[in-house]
Design a binder for this molecule. Sequence first.
Ligand code: GLN
Length: 276
Amino acid sequence: MKPLTRALDEAARQLTLTSDTARLDAELLMAEALNIDRDKLLLNPPDKDPPKRFWTMVERRAKGEPVAYITGRRAFWDIDIHVGPGVLVPRPDSEVLIASAIAHFEGKADGPGRILDLGTGPGTLLLAALDLWPKATGIGVDSSRRALSYASANARRLGFDDRAKFKLGDWADGIAEGFDLILCNPPYVAEDEELGPGVAEHEPDEALFAGPDGLDCIRRLAPEIPRLLNPGGLAAVEIGAGQAAAARPLLERDGLKSSIAKDFGGRDRAVLLTRA
Ligand code: GLN
């Protein structure tokens, strides 16, 4: 057995207690430690010992730290988002917002021209959308300076700095224009809800928790959406798996019509709003 294969087996074994995706985690950490793509690691593994830092990374992961904080990045839709402690790691669940936007604008003469991302974190949804619609421009808002410094660095690295503006702020306060696409992954976890291993310990509370039922932020931003959404546009707001029935009536107001989008695991994951 090649030394790298043996090391991956051993690391995956060590990580099974802390992670549901132990093997994947080990592969991502190994690829990062070797500075190669995971595809290359799997298809054509170098015949050498794992670098020492691999085991340091495995140790950090075994203590619950998210893989993305250790590697410094996370793939989201077609782009890589750089992240670190203090910002929410992009989740595959949120990709349903991007898939819904693609479906909404498919077959229309134009994609979204103006995009707003409320609670952009490291720029996740805005930058994935700017990557898909090269003529679009947009604004990402967040109340965390740290998140916005990641977001601007991500925009620069991806070559979108002339199309993405970031604003420190409280939801849509001070924003007066209309948008064709509004994306929002607000905090929506109820105060006493259990999260996945390591999430509450390592990721920022202010990006996760939103009051006793998890709906405080949605209550706060729901009244803003009607005035911000252009005719023909789409707003997609992420919700927790059990929140559709409660969140929908909050968001469907002032002439907006709503539907629910499911994530790739088949759970309710977003409220989609259009003008009726
Ligand atoms: N889906 C995330 C989790 O359960 C929560 C993200 C959020 O509140 N926006 O870890």
